[in-house]
Design a protein around this ligand. Structure first.
Ligand SMILES: Cc1cc2nc3c(=O)[nH]c(=O)nc-3n(C[C@H](O)[C@H](O)[C@H](O)COP(=O)(O)O)c2cc1C
Length: 233
């Protein structure tokens, strides 16, 4: 490696070492003794607290899937709901993630709410909702979201020939949404991840972090009970 490269590499490492995850301030506590019997109420509380604390995009999450050979890939998507059925998100069925989910219907979700020192990860099986439910999901979103969904026309993750092509597709989709605000994008699919594992991580001053994992009890299904365990941080 040349000298300039070495210096740049050192500066980059110094930058990384100098960065802090948070600017200090008090952290909330996670008391395992008072945690609910199941993960959903705690997740919803933490999401609300992240929103109220001003965490930007608290409802954005990392979604990890794997291809048929088990090779993982991830991307950011938005959480549309979290209820007794699971964690809901929307995307195009023919996208890379959509194809991976068709081949292997398991995924993991990750949230990191920096200001609160909190991380949540969720793993489980994913099912695609029926077309009518998927259409209702998209109808409930903004005109801009519908425009983007229509412009893509189910080509998400394919190679784009030129940026001009994308601009023309968006223009056509914008005009269509004006004429037809209830248009549907057939490739748009609502997915629901039914969790079998949810882990809450609360940073603690002195790095004595709390990790609380919920695992669906053996033989349990959607209505079944949960095991609660602490994990070494
Ligand atoms: C903040 C943010 C939110 C996003 N939300 C979504 C979403 O809800 N659905 C979606 O399909 N893509 C969303 N994306 C784009 C995805 O990250 C990704 O680029 C796209 O879905 C293609 O992923 P794939 O090629 O792995 O299928 C979002 C990106 C960002 C940065």
């Amino acid at each position: 490696m040349g000298g300039v490269d070495d210096e740049t590499a050192e500066e980059f490492r110094a930058l990384l070492r100098g960065l802090r995850v948070r600017d200090g301030g008090e952290l909330p506590a996670l008391d395992p003794a008072t945690a609910p019997d199941e993960p959903l109420p705690l997740f919803r509380r933490w999401l609300r607290e992240a929103a109220e604390a001003g965490v930007p995009g608290p409802h954005t999450m990392t979604l990890a899937t794997a291809d048929a050979d088990g090779r993982p890939s991830l991307r950011t998507v938005m959480l549309h709901d979290a209820d007794a059925h699971g964690w809901h998100f929307g995307t195009h069925r023919a996208s890379r993630k959509g194809r991976e989910l068709a081949a292997r219907p398991y995924a993991a979700l990750g949230f990191h709410w920096t200001a609160l020192g909190r991380q949540v990860r969720i793993g489980g099986r994913v099912t695609a909702a029926a077309p009518e439910e998927s259409a209702a999901d998209l109808r409930g979103r903004s005109p801009a979201a519908l425009t983007a969904a229509l412009a893509g026309g189910g080509r998400q993750s394919e190679v784009l020939g030129s940026y001009g092509e994308l601009e023309r597709a968006f223009e056509a989709a914008r005009e269509r949404v004006e004429r037809e605000p209830d248009a549907t994008a057939p490739s748009w699919t609502l997915y629901v991840l039914t969790a079998d594992e949810v882990e809450f991580y609360q940073e603690e001053e002195h790095r004595r972090h709390v990790r609380l994992r919920y695992r669906r009890a053996a033989g349990g299904d959607e209505g079944g009970g949960w095991l609660r365990e602490l994990l070494w941080p």
